[in-house]
Write a protein that binds this ligand. Structure first.
Ligand SMILES: N[C@@H](CCC(=O)N[C@@H](CS)C(=O)NCC(=O)O)C(=O)O
Length: 206
Protein backbone atom coordinates (compact mmCIF):
# COMPACT_ATOMS: atom_id res chain seq x y z
CA UNK A 1 0.00 0.00 0.00
CA UNK A 2 1.15 3.50 -0.78
CA UNK A 3 0.14 6.25 1.66
CA UNK A 4 0.45 10.00 1.14
CA UNK A 5 0.20 12.47 4.00
CA UNK A 6 -0.80 15.98 3.05
CA UNK A 7 -3.65 18.41 2.47
CA UNK A 8 -4.83 18.80 -1.13
CA UNK A 9 -4.34 22.59 -1.31
CA UNK A 10 -0.56 22.27 -0.80
CA UNK A 11 1.38 22.78 -4.02
CA UNK A 12 3.94 20.24 -2.86
CA UNK A 13 1.28 17.63 -2.12
CA UNK A 14 -0.33 18.37 -5.50
CA UNK A 15 2.92 17.36 -7.25
CA UNK A 16 2.76 13.93 -5.62
CA UNK A 17 -0.96 13.45 -6.30
CA UNK A 18 -0.48 14.43 -9.94
CA UNK A 19 2.43 11.99 -10.29
CA UNK A 20 0.39 9.17 -8.77
CA UNK A 21 -2.42 9.95 -11.20
CA UNK A 22 0.00 9.85 -14.14
CA UNK A 23 1.18 6.45 -12.91
CA UNK A 24 -2.39 5.24 -12.26
CA UNK A 25 -1.29 3.92 -8.88
CA UNK A 26 -3.70 3.17 -6.04
CA UNK A 27 -2.97 4.97 -2.81
CA UNK A 28 -4.55 6.27 0.36
CA UNK A 29 -4.22 9.90 1.40
CA UNK A 30 -4.31 11.19 4.95
CA UNK A 31 -5.09 14.87 5.44
CA UNK A 32 -2.21 16.52 7.27
CA UNK A 33 -0.78 20.00 7.72
CA UNK A 34 -2.20 23.38 8.79
CA UNK A 35 -5.75 22.96 10.24
CA UNK A 36 -5.56 19.16 9.88
CA UNK A 37 -2.64 18.93 12.31
CA UNK A 38 -1.10 15.42 12.29
CA UNK A 39 2.33 16.87 11.48
CA UNK A 40 2.77 17.72 15.18
CA UNK A 41 2.33 14.14 16.35
CA UNK A 42 5.35 12.06 17.43
CA UNK A 43 4.45 9.40 14.86
CA UNK A 44 4.58 11.91 12.01
CA UNK A 45 7.82 13.44 13.31
CA UNK A 46 9.41 10.00 13.07
CA UNK A 47 8.48 9.83 9.40
CA UNK A 48 9.28 13.43 8.52
CA UNK A 49 11.44 15.35 11.02
CA UNK A 50 10.64 18.62 9.19
CA UNK A 51 6.95 18.20 10.12
CA UNK A 52 5.98 19.40 6.65
CA UNK A 53 3.86 17.79 3.93
CA UNK A 54 4.03 15.73 1.78
CA UNK A 55 5.38 12.46 3.14
CA UNK A 56 4.82 9.06 1.53
CA UNK A 57 5.10 5.49 2.74
CA UNK A 58 5.54 3.06 -0.15
CA UNK A 59 5.16 -0.40 1.40
CA UNK A 60 7.29 0.57 4.38
CA UNK A 61 9.68 2.90 2.55
CA UNK A 62 9.17 6.42 3.91
CA UNK A 63 10.19 9.50 1.92
CA UNK A 64 9.79 13.27 2.19
CA UNK A 65 10.65 16.30 -0.04
CA UNK A 66 8.11 16.59 -2.81
CA UNK A 67 10.46 16.68 -5.79
CA UNK A 68 12.39 13.71 -4.46
CA UNK A 69 9.11 11.83 -4.09
CA UNK A 70 8.22 12.68 -7.71
CA UNK A 71 11.66 11.44 -8.86
CA UNK A 72 11.37 8.28 -6.80
CA UNK A 73 7.89 7.41 -8.08
CA UNK A 74 8.85 8.22 -11.69
CA UNK A 75 12.03 6.15 -11.59
CA UNK A 76 10.43 3.21 -9.76
CA UNK A 77 7.16 3.04 -11.68
CA UNK A 78 7.82 4.82 -14.97
CA UNK A 79 11.48 4.43 -15.99
CA UNK A 80 11.83 5.43 -19.62
CA UNK A 81 8.65 7.47 -19.65
CA UNK A 82 8.16 9.95 -16.78
CA UNK A 83 11.79 9.39 -15.81
CA UNK A 84 13.94 9.54 -18.97
CA UNK A 85 16.07 6.45 -19.56
CA UNK A 86 18.92 8.43 -21.08
CA UNK A 87 21.16 9.72 -18.26
CA UNK A 88 21.72 13.15 -19.77
CA UNK A 89 18.02 13.61 -20.54
CA UNK A 90 17.23 12.52 -17.02
CA UNK A 91 19.55 15.05 -15.45
CA UNK A 92 18.26 17.82 -17.69
CA UNK A 93 14.85 17.01 -16.23
CA UNK A 94 16.38 17.10 -12.75
CA UNK A 95 17.83 20.57 -13.45
CA UNK A 96 14.37 21.97 -14.06
CA UNK A 97 12.99 20.23 -10.99
CA UNK A 98 15.68 21.84 -8.84
CA UNK A 99 15.13 25.13 -10.67
CA UNK A 100 11.50 25.03 -9.57
CA UNK A 101 12.39 24.29 -5.95
CA UNK A 102 15.26 26.73 -5.59
CA UNK A 103 14.25 29.66 -7.84
CA UNK A 104 10.62 29.99 -8.84
CA UNK A 105 8.89 28.50 -5.80
CA UNK A 106 10.76 30.55 -3.15
CA UNK A 107 9.95 33.79 -4.98
CA UNK A 108 6.32 32.84 -5.52
CA UNK A 109 5.55 31.65 -1.98
CA UNK A 110 5.54 35.11 -0.32
CA UNK A 111 3.18 36.41 -3.04
CA UNK A 112 0.83 33.47 -2.45
CA UNK A 113 0.97 33.86 1.33
CA UNK A 114 0.22 37.59 1.08
CA UNK A 115 -2.59 37.44 -1.47
CA UNK A 116 -4.32 34.12 -0.72
CA UNK A 117 -3.51 33.29 2.89
CA UNK A 118 -3.55 37.01 3.80
CA UNK A 119 -0.60 36.67 6.13
CA UNK A 120 0.15 40.26 7.25
CA UNK A 121 3.93 39.86 7.01
CA UNK A 122 3.62 39.25 3.24
CA UNK A 123 0.61 41.43 2.43
CA UNK A 124 2.23 44.84 1.81
CA UNK A 125 1.86 45.83 -1.87
CA UNK A 126 5.60 46.46 -2.19
CA UNK A 127 6.36 42.94 -0.91
CA UNK A 128 3.88 41.43 -3.37
CA UNK A 129 5.15 43.55 -6.27
CA UNK A 130 8.76 42.64 -5.51
CA UNK A 131 7.85 38.94 -5.48
CA UNK A 132 5.97 39.28 -8.78
CA UNK A 133 8.95 40.97 -10.43
CA UNK A 134 11.28 38.17 -9.28
CA UNK A 135 8.87 35.55 -10.61
CA UNK A 136 8.64 37.31 -13.97
CA UNK A 137 12.38 37.00 -14.35
CA UNK A 138 12.22 33.21 -13.86
CA UNK A 139 9.16 32.87 -16.06
CA UNK A 140 10.85 34.71 -18.92
CA UNK A 141 13.59 32.06 -18.75
CA UNK A 142 11.03 29.25 -18.80
CA UNK A 143 9.10 30.89 -21.64
CA UNK A 144 12.27 31.10 -23.73
CA UNK A 145 13.01 27.45 -22.97
CA UNK A 146 9.51 26.37 -24.03
CA UNK A 147 9.77 28.29 -27.32
CA UNK A 148 11.49 25.32 -28.95
CA UNK A 149 9.94 22.32 -27.16
CA UNK A 150 6.44 21.17 -26.23
CA UNK A 151 7.35 20.14 -22.68
CA UNK A 152 10.01 21.08 -20.16
CA UNK A 153 12.29 18.23 -21.15
CA UNK A 154 11.57 18.03 -24.87
CA UNK A 155 8.76 16.66 -26.99
CA UNK A 156 7.34 14.32 -24.34
CA UNK A 157 5.77 14.93 -20.94
CA UNK A 158 8.19 13.89 -18.15
CA UNK A 159 8.59 14.23 -14.40
CA UNK A 160 10.11 17.69 -15.00
CA UNK A 161 6.73 19.08 -16.04
CA UNK A 162 5.18 18.18 -12.69
CA UNK A 163 6.95 20.48 -10.19
CA UNK A 164 7.38 23.26 -12.73
CA UNK A 165 3.75 22.90 -13.86
CA UNK A 166 2.44 22.88 -10.29
CA UNK A 167 4.16 26.14 -9.42
CA UNK A 168 3.36 27.86 -12.72
CA UNK A 169 -0.29 26.79 -12.31
CA UNK A 170 -0.32 28.47 -8.90
CA UNK A 171 1.22 31.64 -10.34
CA UNK A 172 -1.33 31.66 -13.19
CA UNK A 173 -4.23 31.67 -10.69
CA UNK A 174 -3.02 34.54 -8.52
CA UNK A 175 -4.86 37.88 -8.80
CA UNK A 176 -1.81 39.72 -10.17
CA UNK A 177 -0.78 41.51 -13.35
CA UNK A 178 1.24 39.21 -15.60
CA UNK A 179 3.50 39.71 -18.57
CA UNK A 180 2.38 37.72 -21.64
CA UNK A 181 4.24 34.40 -21.90
CA UNK A 182 2.87 32.74 -25.04
CA UNK A 183 4.93 29.55 -24.75
CA UNK A 184 4.09 29.04 -21.08
CA UNK A 185 0.39 29.55 -21.87
CA UNK A 186 0.55 26.97 -24.64
CA UNK A 187 2.33 24.45 -22.39
CA UNK A 188 -0.03 25.08 -19.47
CA UNK A 189 -3.01 24.48 -21.78
CA UNK A 190 -1.46 21.10 -22.69
CA UNK A 191 -0.93 20.24 -19.01
CA UNK A 192 -4.56 21.07 -18.25
CA UNK A 193 -5.70 18.29 -20.61
CA UNK A 194 -4.02 15.68 -18.41
CA UNK A 195 -6.51 13.95 -16.07
CA UNK A 196 -4.14 14.11 -13.09
CA UNK A 197 -3.74 17.85 -13.48
CA UNK A 198 -7.48 18.36 -13.95
CA UNK A 199 -8.20 16.37 -10.82
CA UNK A 200 -5.56 17.70 -8.44
CA UNK A 201 -4.44 21.11 -9.71
CA UNK A 202 -7.29 22.68 -11.65
CA UNK A 203 -8.68 24.05 -8.39
CA UNK A 204 -9.13 27.48 -6.81
CA UNK A 205 -6.24 28.54 -4.59
CA UNK A 206 -6.75 28.32 -0.84
N1 LIG B 1 10.76 21.34 0.34
C1 LIG B 1 9.58 20.73 0.91
C2 LIG B 1 8.66 21.83 1.39
C3 LIG B 1 7.46 21.25 2.09
C4 LIG B 1 6.53 22.36 2.57
O1 LIG B 1 6.95 23.50 2.81
N2 LIG B 1 5.27 22.00 2.72
C5 LIG B 1 4.29 22.95 3.20
C6 LIG B 1 3.03 22.85 2.36
S1 LIG B 1 3.29 23.30 0.67
C7 LIG B 1 3.92 22.63 4.62
O2 LIG B 1 4.11 21.52 5.09
N3 LIG B 1 3.38 23.62 5.35
C8 LIG B 1 2.98 23.45 6.73
C9 LIG B 1 1.72 22.68 6.91
O3 LIG B 1 1.00 22.39 5.93
O4 LIG B 1 1.43 22.34 8.08
C10 LIG B 1 8.92 19.83 -0.14
O5 LIG B 1 9.02 20.17 -1.33
O6 LIG B 1 8.32 18.82 0.22
Amino acid sequence: MLTVWGRVNSVNVQKVLWTLAELELDFERIDAGLSFGVVDTPAYGEKNPNRLVPTIDDNGFVLWESNVIVRYLASKYSAGRLCPADLQKRFQAESWMDWQASNLQPDLTPVFLGLIRKIPQFSAPETINAGCRKCERWLAILDGHLASRAFVNGDAFTMADIPVGATVNRWSRLPIDRQPHAHIEHWLAALKTRPGFARHLDLPLS
